[in-house]
Design a protein around this ligand. Structure first.
Ligand SMILES: [Zn+2]
Ligand SMILES: [Zn+2]
Length: 237
């Protein structure tokens, strides 16, 4: 009863078309579900990007350069169906959409992630000023969803993000990678002895952010770093 009244007052919206869901028990309209491309095998063994054929083990990017994290997984393709939804989380305060990705992530990766014997979940941090302005960190919201079904604690303070001297958008890919290494910092006082962690973020593009965070984590003794993102660009696989 309470749930029904709640749904009348605050109806759930579809995370893809943003319309009110006809079926309030569902989490996406059936027609939108068809538009969302989930990441399924075959995907890159390193970064988790979808591949064109089963014969490939790594995507084009990962064949050319080795990233420092151990393996990456992503839930959906970042495309015209999902991009507005994922961007709405951070720019339009549609935090509730994170739940949808969290649930799909469980269906796709719970078994694999459990086998990794993880002892911490680390959200990619936002710069303090940005987080204060936005009021939340979307990576942290996603981390909390994953923690809910994986039963692994979130350590949201282990890494912090400092100020960028030059906006990353203005830099070349190579310059960006170098700049990112100086942006994230380890906070020893929040270290709880983690050894095998899951780094989580909303979008995976070049992998430069995940790579930079991993380098810092591994430099301080974390042995394994796996990456889970809500969406990933297809790139040229
Ligand atoms: Zn829809
Ligand atoms: Zn790859």
């Amino acid at each position: 009863m309470y749930q029904e009244i709640w749904n009348l007052l605050y109806p759930k919206h579809c995370p893809v078309c943003f319309e009110i869901l006809e079926d309030q028990k569902g989490d996406i309209c059936p027609s939108c579900r068809k538009k969302v491309k989930r990441i399924r095998q075959p995907y890159c063994y390193q970064c988790g990007k979808p591949l064109l054929s089963k014969e490939q083990e790594y995507c084009y990017d990962c064949k050319r350069r080795k990233l420092s994290f151990d393996r990456g997984f992503s839930i959906v393709e970042y495309d015209t169906a999902t991009a507005p939804s994922i961007l709405a989380v951070k720019y339009k305060n549609r935090r509730e959409f994170v739940k949808f990705y969290g649930r799909m992530g469980r269906e796709q990766y719970e078994k694999i992630l459990r086998e990794l014997d993880l002892d911490g979940i680390i959200p990619v941090p936002l710069a303090r000023k940005k987080q204060r302005k936005r009021g939340f960190n979307q990576a942290e919201l996603f981390a909390n969803e994953v923690a809910g079904w994986l039963s692994v604690p979130v350590n949201r303070r282990l890494l912090i993000r400092g100020k960028e001297t030059t906006p990353l958008k203005e830099l070349s890919p190579l310059e960006r990678r170098a700049a990112l290494l100086k942006v994230f910092f380890w906070q020893e006082k929040y270290y709880r002895g983690e050894r095998r962690v899951l780094l989580v973020d909303d979008i995976y593009t070049s992998g430069a952010t995940a790579d930079a965070c991993t380098r810092i984590l591994k430099k301080h003794g974390i042995e394994k770093v796996y990456v889970l993102t809500m969406a990933i660009g297809r790139g040229d696989s």
